[in-house]
Design a protein around this ligand. Structure first.
Ligand SMILES: *[C@@H]1O[C@H](CO)[C@@H](O)[C@H](O)[C@H]1NC(C)=O
Ligand SMILES: *[C@@H]1O[C@H](CO)[C@@H](O)[C@H](O)[C@H]1NC(C)=O
Ligand SMILES: *[C@@H]1O[C@H](CO)[C@@H](O)[C@H](O)[C@H]1NC(C)=O
Ligand SMILES: *[C@@H]1O[C@H](CO)[C@@H](O)[C@H](O)[C@H]1NC(C)=O
Length: 339
């Protein structure tokens, strides 16, 4: 039997050698190829608005590696070491934001602690460099929104505002409120600061429309070094009611007039009763007594009926005249007395 040709042997051996290479040492991808190092997250942005505390960043640019990119966030107080979050889902996340309040379940970072944050991307074994944020203190860097649930009650030449604080703060801090207000096409005025959750704008003009804007300022007690931002509420306009003096006028003028009339009428009646005889004397010769009766009064010997008959007008009319003059009692009395 002839031995196999050398070329076949070498082919077989070569093939076997290729089939069983020595195992390669596990080297990180990045150190194998420096160009393929994962790009770090960019454009870190910290949102601190009321009680929201959210860090966001731009995603790493895509590469040929199809494995998912995840992000890791850590924090550090001024005197601590870098720590991963517990209770907040900010480790190996696929989204490019981290909500330190866990969507409202947690309080986030406390008011006056100085905090640093850092983020890196990871893809399999590959990681990026850490990117560190600017140091911040929540109560100093926060933007405070306007008071919440503002309700306005118009009063007599006044407007009363009720509201709640923009968010809950620890005992070392509180809010001060200011109101800007103006009449339509009038100059803006400011009242405040107020510490209570209600404000009375008094000494306003009655029956006028006023527009308002409120703002809340975060005050950190004993450490007035922070200058947190603030934002004004939306404008709302309200009409005042009558003020105290106007409503008094509105009530007093008719009531006063009525009482005055009542008193005058009463006085007249009283005087009339007291000086009835004198009144009768004064009204003895009323100017509107019909001619026939006046003639009759001058000459009582003439029978009244004849005097009336002298008139050319029909009898009914004559009697009408008599009825008219006889309606005031004193005249009738006079007439009867004279008769
Ligand atoms: C990634 O893919 C592009 C084409 O899609 C290619 O030109 C490039 O060489 C690839 N890079 C690596 C590191 O494989
Ligand atoms: C954390 O967030 C990621 C999205 O980035 C989500 O897929 C995952 O389920 C979350 N984990 C928990 C425990 O909520
Ligand atoms: C917080 O405020 C300080 C002082 O105004 C500023 O230097 C710093 O950059 C702010 N931090 C952030 C994250 O904006
Ligand atoms: C102000 O008004 C805008 C638009 O009308 C609204 O989207 C916003 O929520 C309002 N802001 C407040 C604090 O009510």
């Amino acid at each position: 039997m002839r031995p196999p040709p050398l070329w076949l042997l070498s082919l077989l051996l070569g093939g076997l050698g290729a089939a069983a290479p020595p195992p390669a040492p596990l080297i990180p991808y990045s150190s194998q190829d420096p160009d393929s190092r994962l790009a770090a997250p960019q454009h870190l942005e910290l949102l601190l608005y009321n009680d929201e505390q959210i860090l966001s960043w731009a995603p790493s640019p895509p590469s040929n590696d199809t494995r998912p990119v995840v992000y890791q966030v850590e924090y550090r107080y001024s005197t601590g070491s870098w720590t991963a979050f517990k209770g907040v889902n900010c480790t190996d996340i696929t989204v490019t934001r981290c909500d330190f309040t866990g969507g409202g379940r947690l309080k986030g970072f406390p008011g006056l602690y100085s905090v640093l944050l850092r983020v890196r991307a990871r893809q399999g074994e590959r990681t990026s460099d850490w990117v560190t944020s600017t140091r911040f203190q929540r109560y100093c860097n926060v933007t405070v929104g306007p008071p919440k649930n503002i309700s306005v009650t118009p009063g007599k030449g006044s407007l009363t505002l009720h509201f709640s604080p923009p968010f809950d703060v620890a005992r070392e801090a509180g809010f001060e409120y200011r109101v800007r207000y103006w009449e339509k096409a009038g100059a803006q005025q400011v009242r405040g600061p107020f510490k209570k959750n209600s404000i009375v704008l008094d000494n306003l003009k009655p029956f006028r429309v006023y527009c308002l804007q409120t703002e809340a300022q975060l005050i950190v007690r004993e450490k007035n070094i922070c200058r947190p931002g603030l934002s004004l509420s939306n404008v709302s306009c309200h009409e005042t009611a009558a003020d105290a003096s106007t409503s008094l006028q509105v009530i007093l003028i008719p009531v006063g007039t009525f009482s005055l009339l009542l008193v005058l009428t009463g006085a007249c009646f009283f005087l009339f009763l007291k000086y009835q005889s004198r009144v009768k004397y004064w009204f003895q010769a009323p100017p509107n007594i019909p001619e026939q009766i006046r003639e009759y009064l001058k000459d009582p010997d003439q029978p009244i009926l004849e005097a009336l008959d002298k008139d050319s007008s029909p009898k009914d009319d004559a009697w009408d005249s008599v009825l008219i003059i006889s309606s005031p009692e004193e005249e009738q009395d006079d007439l009867l007395q004279t008769l």
